[in-house]
Design a protein around this ligand. Structure first.
Ligand code: PGA
Length: 262
């Protein structure tokens, strides 16, 4: 794993955006795996800026989102469809037909999950998967004890995740769906690169467990230790529990500029 500690969320997100932009420039039909939540918002703002000011071209790019709530219409303000269109897709030149988000209203959910997996394969696989980390260590909505071999499927959110996400539902936990469709951990591990972002001291324990703890299903993000190309972009507050923080800084600061985007 490569741990990139930057002074704040903005600088860390810009560094992560340069990696995504490099991939898109090298492979115009790149397949991006995308995440929702508050964490990737600065990354998306930077990708929008790169599109508008530096011509970063998304016209041939395809995207696959990690997850979606079950039971919310696409038009629901808290659906991840709306989130993605408001915060990224409406502001770049992506083709709507190249956007893929699990359908939380599918009549046959297991069949739609299997179809989602087939669509990822048909697109050529995910080149770079953007990830946040939940306060319980989840990636996508793969809650603690999710199988490391899991594929896209239904999951039940933990009470902790329901409470965490209530802030998007005007603080009303009762409005947060309890079920979701999420890519599995096996699906995420198939991506050619995983790019995790985490900001704020609330993520410090999860990041320390992910990077330096044992690989265990109780901390789903820890599986990234087994990924051959996982990068973790964090700010200083999220780095406070890392034993080897000085080493990670020394590694990154010693790299030539071109290698920082590799
Ligand atoms: P957050 O959520 O970005 O809103 O902190 C992260 C996650 O649940 O994966």
């Amino acid at each position: 794993m490569e741990i990139i500690i930057r002074e704040n969320r903005q600088v860390a997100s810009e560094a992560a955006a340069r990696v995504v932009a490099r991939i898109v420039r090298e492979k115009p039909n790149a397949v991006l795996g995308l995440a929702t939540g508050s964490t990737p918002l600065t990354l998306y703002k930077e990708l929008i800026r790169l599109h508008k000011e530096e011509g970063l071209d998304f016209s041939e790019v395809s995207t696959f989102n990690l997850d979606e709530y079950i039971g919310l219409e696409k038009e629901h303000p808290q659906s991840y469809h709306i989130f993605m269109w408001e915060n990224l897709f409406s502001q770049i030149n992506i083709k709507p037909e190249n956007v893929h988000i699990p359908d939380g209203m599918a009549v046959d959910i297991p069949a739609s999950c299997a179809a989602y997996e087939r669509e990822i394969v048909a697109a050529g696989g995910i080149d770079v998967q953007v990830l946040g980390i939940g306060s319980d260590g989840h990636i996508g909505f793969n809650e603690p004890t999710s199988s490391f071999a899991s594929r896209t499927r239904i999951k039940t959110l933990t009470q902790q995740t329901v409470a965490d996400n209530a802030r998007f539902f005007e603080g009303n936990e009762a409005c947060v769906p309890h079920h979701c469709i999420t890519m599995g951990i096996g699906t995420i591990m198939d991506a050619r690169m995983n790019l995790m972002l985490a900001f704020g001291e609330g993520k410090a324990d999860g990041i320390a467990a992910t990077v330096e703890g044992p690989v265990t299903a109780i901390m789903p993000a820890s599986i990234l230790q087994h990924h051959p190309n996982a990068k973790v972009f964090i700010d200083e507050p999220a780095a406070t529990k890392l034993q080897l923080a000085e080493y990670y800084r020394w590694v990154y600061d010693g790299k030539p500029e071109w290698q920082k985007d590799a």
